[in-house]
Structures are given as structure tokens and as C-alpha cells.
Design a protein around this ligand. Structure first.
Ligand code: COA
Length: 254
């Protein structure tokens, strides 16, 4: 079975992370599937909304660290950047249901979703600093805007995780719900969206985003260049190797 399940019903395309044994960490192949599904959903007039979900225990552990080590993205056409571009410019509403850990891109993709429902066990983190990396998905722009600078600095410079209630307080999530109900609540909200006129959904989303969009895409490009370079530098290589070897990274000699 695929690591990304795609199911379309009642005007909603649901994308489910299905790599539970690896905590739904996202491989190159999964980014490609996500990017392809979003491209299809954008074109398909019967799809009015997209829902992204994990299960009640895990949303996503972020990028597959083995891939970071062995097949780091190298061009803007790399699957991860194709996915980020796709979700950042997706014209129709995107809903997310998040339970358990949402690490790295598991959190940053949420800044590009329109509605987010979090289980009370949701744990968000953007630990790029601990991996010798910089933020991606325009999060260096969007996190300070949404959280305020000082809370953004805790999240990005210290890489500190934050729980569902804190995410609700800063406005990253719409509602905190029991984990076993998150996917069905998000699905119900997505179906409400799907029942609206598509042309109105698209126009409202375009208008709400238009002031920010050029700066957002520019920042994503800038981050992508730094991220691609830093993936190959000693700090990141040590962090990834340490993770694979199940030990703490040693940055003391770098
Ligand atoms: N990439 C590749 N494999 C990953 C992974 C990742 N990002 N996250 C978890 N896994 C794998 C583990 O290596 C382990 O594999 P194994 O059973 O073959 O040893 C399996 O998934 C279970 O992970 P484990 O760490 O034992 O689960 P946990 O419940 O104790 O912790 C997390 C869950 C998500 C908190 C923890 O796995 C984690 O911190 N992962 C790394 C997150 C990260 O740094 N992502 C990159 C962000 S840019």
C-alpha cells in the first residue's frame, strides 16, 4: 500500500500519511505523490477542498532523515520543493487534522493550510536549528508574523516544541479536539467547504492571500537556497548521522 493514501469523496480529496512505522516521516517519493495529488486537485473541478491528515497518534515526523543524508534535494524541481510550491499556491481550501507529533515540515506545511484542527495530543516543532538547518516553507516569514517575534525566536532559534493549546493561542489551529475525533471533525469541515460554490472559495482565498503572496514566494526561494546548502554542511551531516545511529549529535568540533 502507498505511503500516501489519496481518496476523493463528496468534493474533498483526502491525503493521509500512511507510513506509521516511520512516524509518517516523508520521503522523496511521498513528496512527489503529494505534489502530484495537489496538482490534480487544483485542476479537477469536482474537488473543492483538500484534507491532509495522519492518524490519532502521529501527524508527521517531518522529512525522512535518511533521505536528507543520502538524497538531499538539489534543485527547485526536487519533490519537496514541488510540494511546498504546490501547497503555498494551492487555489482551493486546504484543511489539516493534526494529532501527536508534527515535526519540521509537519508543522510548517500548516502555515499554508486554511483550517487546522488539532488533537489535544498535538505537539508542534520546528527543530531546524538542532539539525544545523534553517526554516523552510516561508516559516522564517510566517512564524514571526503569526506568533510575534519573541515567541517565534523560541520556536525557531531554540527549536522548542509547543502543544495544541499554545498553537490555538497564537492562531495556528482553529480548534483543539479529542485526537480520535480530529480526522472526522476536519472531514466534516472540509465537506462544508466542498458544498460552497467553488468560484467563491477560490476568489476569497486569492484575495485573502494576495498581499502576502509575492513576499512569501520570494522568502521560500531564499530559504530553499540556504536549506539546500546547509543540508550538505557538517552540522547537518552530524545531526542526521547521529539520528540514524540513535545517539546525541556532537557539534563540539564544528
Ligand atoms: N526520518 C526517518 N525515520 C524516522 C523519522 C524521520 N524524520 N522520525 C522517526 N523515524 C523512525 C525512527 O528512526 C524509528 O525507526 P526504527 O523503528 O526503524 O528504529 C521509527 O521511526 C520510530 O521512531 P521513534 O523515534 O522510535 O518514535 P518516538 O515515538 O519515540 O518519537 C518522534 C517520535 C517523531 C518524536 C521522533 O521519531 C523524532 O523526533 N523524529 C525525528 C524528527 C525530525 O527531526 N525530523 C526532521 C525535521 S526537519
Amino acid at each position: 500500500m502507498s505511503d500516501i493514501l489519496v481518496h476523493t469523496e463528496a468534493g474533498v480529496m483526502t491525503l493521509t500519511f500512511n507510513r506509521l512505522d516511520k512516524k509518517n516521516s516523508i520521503t522523496r517519493a511521498m513528496y512527489a505523490e503529494l505534489a502530484d495529488a495537489l496538482a490534480k486537485a487544483a485542476e479537477d473541478g469536482t474537488v473543492h477542498a483538500v484534507l491532509i491528515q495522519g492518524d490519532a497518534t502521529i501527524f508527521s515526523a517531518g522529512n525522512d532523515i535518511g533521505d536528507f543524508l543520502n538524497a538531499p534535494p538539489s534543485t527547485p524541481e526536487s519533490p519537496v520543493f514541488r510540494f511546498l510550491q504546490g501547497i503555498a499556491t494551492f487555489p482551493k481550501p486546504v484543511v489539516a487534522a493534526v494529532c501527536g507529533p508534527a515535526v519540521g515540515i509537519g508543522t510548517t506545511m500548516l502555515f499554508h493550510c486554511d483550517l487546522v484542527y488539532a488533537g489535544d495530543n498535538a505537539a508542534f516543532s520546528m527543530p531546524f536549528v538542532n539539525l544545523g538547518l534553517c526554516p523552510e516553507a516561508a516559516s522564517s516569514l510566517l512564524v514571526p508574523q503569526m506568533f510575534g517575534y519573541h515567541r517565534a525566536a523560541e520556536a525557531l532559534l531554540l527549536g522548542e516544541p509547543f502543544m495544541a493549546e499554545a498553537a490555538l493561542e497564537v492562531g495556528l489551529v482553529n480548534r483543539v479536539v479529542p485526537p480520535t475525533e480530529a480526522n472526522s471533525i476536519a472531514q466534516a469541515q472540509a465537506r462544508k467547504l466542498a458544498a460552497k460554490p467553488l468560484s467563491a472559495l477560490i476568489e476569497i482565498k486569492r484575495l485573502m492571500k494576495m498581499a502576502q503572496q509575492p513576499a512569501l514566494l520570494e522568502r521560500m526561494g531564499e530559504e530553499g537556497q540556504s536549506f539546500g546548502r546547509m543540508l550538505r554542511e557538517p552540522a547537518a551531516r552530524e545531526a542526521f548521522t547521529a539520528f540514524m545511529e540513535k545517539r546525541k549529535p556532537d557539534f563540539s568540533k564544528l
